[in-house]
Write a protein that binds this ligand. Sequence first.
Ligand code: KIV
Length: 267
Amino acid sequence: MNGERITSATLAAMERRGERIACLTCYDAAFTRLLEAAGVDVLLVGDSLGNVLQGQPTTVPVKLEHMVYHSACVSRAADRALVIADMPFLSYATEERALAAAERLMGDGGATMVKLEGGAELADTVRRLTRFGAPVCGHLGLLPQSIHQLGGYRYQGKDDAGAARIRADALVLQDAGASMLVLECVPAALAEALSKELAIPVIGIGAGNGCDGQVLVLHDMLGLLPGRSPSFSRDFAASTGSVAEALSAYVEEVKAGTFPGPGETLF
Ligand code: KIV
């Protein structure tokens, strides 16, 4: 990858070439520089900042102003990577709220794409955002913002009906104009099949290594939360000497398709 700014067109071209996309969550300027130096393509200012920075039990309490603040910290320092900002809980419950949230996250936060959790029910919102120039990343499978409805952090799409629902939602999001899709905690076979079927890049987390790219929560893959990281993640710092080496090892393994390995592929 050369030094040019990564856009959704760059990611689409990478997908077509079969070049895997390395993505990590990122919440501040110092880590932005380290992640870019390691060759991370996409920085996701995830609402996981509620868990890892704020000590919240879920992502539900995260507010738009928190997301704008951290997006600005990341986007000010980013030279090359695409910066995606999560739209927090209920900030896209109506089309008007979604437009207002995108205005803050992109206008004040400097993000170049926004991410929202959910499927076909968001088709009109995705259409509206993209029509007005806000690129959208969908998020299907385990939806952390719906944790109080789901009742636990469990794999989704394990039976035929669940898998068919995720596939149908993915196609609707793509059709509505989404530029990218995150699939969280779905069986590897389903994620691989969707990555092949969809024209847009599919980024997996806990979804096996058949996706077009991978994302992890930064604090999990640096081993900063001992005993609290999900089993599909890997502590890359455990076998390397520094943060920089851990990040480079992650990028290398994602690009080579060796992360996640069989031990990190739960279904
Ligand atoms: O908020 C986040 O970090 C995310 C990833 C888990 C994909 O949405």
